[in-house]
Design a protein around this ligand. Structure first.
Ligand SMILES: NC(=O)c1ccc[n+]([C@@H]2O[C@H](COP(=O)([O-])OP(=O)(O)OC[C@H]3O[C@@H](n4cnc5c(N)ncnc54)[C@H](OP(=O)(O)O)[C@@H]3O)[C@@H](O)[C@H]2O)c1
Length: 310
């Protein structure tokens, strides 16, 4: 009997995932919920924000795969089955994120916004480039995405430091861990990159007080979740110049409401939550590996810990 993997996502391309998974899991059929004749055939769920009650329909479900790296939407619900839950762990997704972070860091480090303004005024505005080694980039979160972003930035010569919950050693990156180390970390970040997951501990972590610890005119890049920063405090800091500029890919409310003052700020670049995406072809390998592990009774990789929230 062919096992079924039920698919739910309003954003991802079913056909692309079906084609990618067929190569790595020929014995598993990917199906949309409405095309499943017998719910008892379903062993796995590949989902992004499924409706409440979704999982209860499948009595033989053995594995839930979150169709992305961020699991906050899944962790926030109270109908999660007591089963292994994994997030996508995909080197191509990490590379894509690192590319976006490097673009955003370099855009600010090389004063591109000022050059764009000068171009609009037909002004030849020479700004002597800074040595990347003089630019301190602080990365909050040294997980799969943060770590890759940190090493890519370090490779470009930036002076990179990273902050995580538990201590880490990363070649070419200064590291710090835990809340006690956060104030010192923030005071040393000319460019702060947020790659923390949304958890009960990180919601509102970057409040007005912590934003004020950044050096005057620092740059803020948020590519994780909008809820990690107090958006009103960020707006105020951007208006006063305490924070000199920002690249924001994520927001407290998405799509960002028309009424948000962020839209009008010429020191802010807004992108609509697209810094990185799950890529079917490369992620399918990891999914196949975890499916085999479940069937062999082995522990799955990239398992989410609901108590920790990520
Ligand atoms: N904008 C986009 O397009 C996009 C795309 C994909 C993902 N994302 C976001 O990016 C986030 C990060 O992804 P990831 O794969 O790197 O996550 P991850 O592998 O789960 O890593 C999370 C990192 O954050 C640290 N952390 C968690 N809670 C903390 C706390 N309370 N204090 C200090 N550090 C803490 C962890 O510390 P430890 O290492 O000590 O555990 C870890 O280093 C996702 O959760 C998602 O929200 C955004």
């Amino acid at each position: 009997m062919t096992a079924v993997m039920v698919f739910h996502s309003a954003y991802d391309d079913f056909d692309a995932w079906q084609a990618a998974l067929r190569l790595h899991l020929p014995d598993v059929r990917l199906s949309r919920a409405e095309d499943i004749a017998d719910p008892a055939d379903v062993r796995y769920a590949l989902v992004w924000k499924p409706p409440i009650g979704f999982f209860t329909a499948y009595p033989r479900l053995a594995l839930v795969i979150n169709l992305g790296a961020g699991v906050d939407a899944l962790m926030a619900r109270d109908d999660l089955p007591d089963l292994p839950i994994t997030r996508l762990s995909d080197p191509d997704m990490a590379r894509m994120m690192a590319g976006f972070v490097l673009f955003a860091v370099t855009r600010h480090a090389r004063d591109i916004p000022a050059l764009e303004r000068a171009q609009r005024q037909k002004r030849w505005h020479y700004i002597h480039p800074r040595d990347p080694g003089s630019v301190r980039v602080g990365i909050l979160g040294l997980g799969e995405l943060g770590l890759r972003a940190a090493t890519e930035c370090a490779r470009q010569g930036y002076r990179v430091s990273g902050w995580s919950r538990t201590p880490k050693t990363v070649e070419g990156v200064e590291t710090a861990a835990g809340l006690d180390a956060l104030p010192n970390f923030l005071t040393c970040a000319d460019i702060l990159v947020c790659l923390l997951p949304q958890t009960p501990e990180t919601i509102g972590l970057l409040d007005a007080g912590r934003l004020a610890m950044l050096p005057k005119g620092a740059v803020f890049i948020n590519v994780s979740r909008g809820s990690v920063v107090d958006e009103a405090a960020l707006v105020e800091a951007l208006q006063s110049g305490a924070i000199g500029g920002a690249t924001l890919d994520v927001f407290a409310v998405e799509p960002l409401p028309e009424t948000s003052p962020l839209w009008q700020m010429d020191n802010v670049l807004i992108t609509p939550h697209l810094a990185s995406i799950a890529l079917a072809e490369s992620a399918a390998r990891q999914i196949a590996d975890n499916v085999r592990r479940v069937e062999a009774g082995e522990p799955v990789l990239s398992r989410v810990d609901p108590r920790r929230g990520y």
